[in-house]
Design a protein around this ligand. Structure first.
Ligand code: MOS
Length: 701
């Protein structure tokens, strides 16, 4: 059976309903602060209020702060705009205008003016207020080992801030139905939106429903409550009608989370036989003035190879921006960029082939814990990738204008709790309601094909309901744990269903006949999925809308997904423009639950990596705060014309320990390693060892 994306038709025909497809008769626009930091002295709303059609201008909302997701709260940041006179970052909202039409609201928003008291800003990694993280991944004595190494390399790598720019802009439709609040919102975390609004507005969570049937790309930027939703709820209640808001792209750059800028100092050592002896990876990462967005870069790089001595201290640098956050492979992609470019240089210094050098330093043991990986097929990824790519045709000389580059990636295997309700109907249809958000990665397809395959039903007899707090707890879908968390719960549900229907434990089920035989109109079961060793109490956190994760370190094993990427670049001799005619990527994500959407995930990761390596940078304005690149014109992402051939294969070996379905995560690992593979290929093509991204024409002239 050729598997297709089950929601493809609804998406391409426009039948799929996004958060702001919901009709509303009132439209909101936010007014951003025009200073980088300081205080609002006064806001003049008189001209805005006079615009025909304007219903309401809010300059203050009386709500509780939502709390930062990373410290037990609900929001991407702890700060709630419009609750006091402080301005923490350029673009922070100072007013919300609501009108009968979007145009009237936009016109009025432009007429809101304010007087400010301005303060100087610090927005770069050189800012002075620094916080070293208490936990430092550490093994052995790397300084001594470096001193004793036959060969060492050292480099400082700069990775800029980036923005996820999901195709669906941030948007919400908020409506009160009596005492019940309903939020239609493109989110990865309907549970946090519900829990956070309950906290902010003083409501019982049972009176709030959050619906995210489809999300048009999240990538971590939609992983929590957004700051604009509580003011919308206040406005909707005051007006007694649904209110809708869509942020502009520029507002999303200034009001939502982003990938923070990082600086990495990497030192590596090897002995004369080419065995890694030591690695020190020091990281500085931007955070906001008021939240400590944690850094977790070196947890990855400690585990990429069998390095016997490692140290990975990480320092946060407070800057005057909104709180940065998770963006696809948030730590792993920048970390792998720095580390894998350094590895390439070390292989070169040792006179070793980069693929063979990596194979020689592979490990089956997690260096940080000493316990085995539950599965690790890095070697297979590298060997199969080299074969498919034709690595043996790599030009022996550096600087020919044609470059072959390679790098590996890894991503931690987390799991969150999930509840599944499985209902079999007399019509033979099966409906699954479970924890999960469909943001394009294909989780709805993976669930549908699991059910169809298990019971031997046509996939169109399966309905999957996800992203709706009314049907099941909706824990954050992120960190590539969505499928690995939902599928085991659904699998348990199918086993319970078979018991309740009295059918065999495996094999095809005639659902209509079995339901008829039960004498009921339908049969429903509930099942729970938990990570290895995860206590059932984790479900309480999930139900409350706060993160409830386990992994990647479990009792007796450590779980990571892995990938190897092979990239060919052509550097045009005169213009020095870099083209990427082909990429080969091999991923180890355990059992492949949905081949079509899995391959699409990897292609998406590769396309993203090409953007990160060659195009994407959020430029900060050091004088005035804020970001000077904030539209898709000045924040160019990779488009079809930039992409050549991308060949994807999977190891497709079930992980034996993480869950009974054998799946690990995939979405993020597909990006990890693409950036250094491109940068390493550029070195091979040009002889230039570039230690920052994006690599531009100016770097190669
Ligand atoms: Mo992902 S950056 O954890 O949504």
């Amino acid at each position: 059976m050729t598997q297709v994306r089950v929601d493809a038709i609804s998406k391409v025909t426009g039948a799929a309903r996004y958060g702001t497809d919901r009709p509303a008769q009132a439209h909101a626009v936010l007014v951003p602060a025009t200073i980088g930091r300081g205080r609002v002295l006064s806001v003049d709303t008189s001209r805005a209020s006079a615009v025909p059609g304007v219903l309401l201008v809010l300059t203050h909302v009386d709500v509780e702060p939502p709390g930062f997701l990373m410290t037990g709260g609900f929001s991407f940041q702890s700060l709630q705009p419009m609750t006091d006179d402080r301005i923490a970052y350029r673009g922070e909202p100072i007013a919300l205008v609501v009108a009968e039409t979007p145009h009237a609201a936009a016109e009025a928003a432009n007429l809101v003016t304010a007087e400010y008291e301005e303060e100087p800003v610090e927005v770069t990694l050189d800012a002075g207020d620094r916080v070293r993280q208490p936990d430092e991944p550490s093994v052995g004595d790397p300084e001594a080992a470096l001193a004793a190494s036959a060969v060492t390399v050292e480099g400082v790598f700069e990775h800029p801030a980036q923005n996820a720019v999901p195709m669906e802009l941030f948007g919400s439709t908020v409506e009160w139905s009596g005492d019940e609040l309903v939020v239609h919102e493109g989110t990865q975390n309907a549970g946090a939106v519900r829990g956070g609004l309950a906290h902010q507005l003083g409501l019982d969570p049972s009176r709030i429903r959050v619906v995210a049937t489809v999300t048009g790309g999240g990538f971590g930027q939609k992983n929590a409550l957004q700051s604009h939703i509580a003011p919308l709820a206040v406005a909707a209640r005051r007006l007694g009608r649904p209110v809708k808001l869509t942020l502009t792209r520029q507002q999303a750059f200034h009001q939502c989370s982003f990938r923070p800028a990082t600086r990495h100092r990497v030192r590596l050592g090897a002995d004369a036989t080419g065995k890694l002896t030591a690695a020190v990876h020091e990281v500085e990462q931007q955070t906001s003035r008021y939240d400590l967005f944690p850094a977790a870069y070196t947890e990855l790089t400690a585990r990429l190879y069998g390095v016997p001595a490692f140290h990975g201290p990480q320092t946060l640098v407070r800057t005057d921006t909104q709180t940065p956050g998770y963006m696809r492979a948030p730590y792993e992609s920048p970390a792998a960029f720095a580390f894998e470019v350094a590895i390439d240089e070390l292989a070169e210094r040792l006179g070793r082939d980069p693929v063979e050098f990596r194979l020689a330093n592979d490990t089956v043991t997690d260096p940080l814990t000493g316990q085995p990986f539950s599965s690790r097929h890095v070697g297979t990824c590298l060997r199969r990738g080299a074969e498919l790519f034709g690595w043996d045709r790599r030009p022996p000389a550096v600087g020919t204008g044609v470059g072959f580059g390679v790098a590996i990636g890894a991503y931690p295997g987390h799991v969150s709790p999930a509840v599944a309700h499985v209902r079999a109907g007399a019509d033979g249809r099966v409906t699954v309601a479970v924890d999960g958000h469909e943001m394009g990665q294909g989780i709805r397809s993976a669930i549908a094909y699991l059910v169809a395959g298990d019971l031997d039903l046509p996939v169109d007899s399966v309905t999957v309901v996800i992203g709706d707090t009314a049907v099941a707890p909706q824990h954050l879908t992120a960190g590539s744990w969505g499928t690995a968390s939902a599928l085991p719960a659904v699998q348990h549900g199918l086993q319970e269903l078979r018991k309740k229907l009295g059918t065999a434990g495996v094999g095809p089920v005639d659902v209509a006949a079995a339901v008829a035989h039960s004498g009921r109109a339908s049969v429903t079961v509930e099942a729970v999925g938990l990570g290895p060793g995860q206590p059932p109490a984790a479900l309480d956190r999930s139900r409350a809308g706060t993160p409830a994760l386990v992994g990647p370190v479990y009792s007796g094993f450590t779980t990571y997904s892995f990938a190897a990427h092979f990239v060919e670049v052509h550097v045009e001799p005169t213009t020095r423009r870099v083209r990427v005619p082909r990429v080969v990527s091999i991923a180890d994500c355990g059992h492949v639950a949905s081949p079509v959407t899995a391959a699409s995930q990897v292609r998406g990761g590769v396309v993203w990596g090409l953007g990160a390596a060659l195009r994407e940078t959020v430029e900060v304005d050091e004088r005035y705060g804020g970001f000077v690149t904030s539209t898709l014109e000045d924040y160019p992402v990779t488009v079809n014309a930039d992409v050549g051939s991308i060949e994807v294969e999977f190891v497709d070996q079930p992980d034996p320990l993480l869950n009974e379905v054998g799946v690990k995560g995939l979405g993020e690992v597909s990006l990890v390693g693409v950036v250094p593979a491109v940068v390493n290929a550029i070195h091979h093509a040009t002889g230039r060892r570039i230690r920052h991204v994006p690599v531009t024409v100016a770097d190669l002239l």
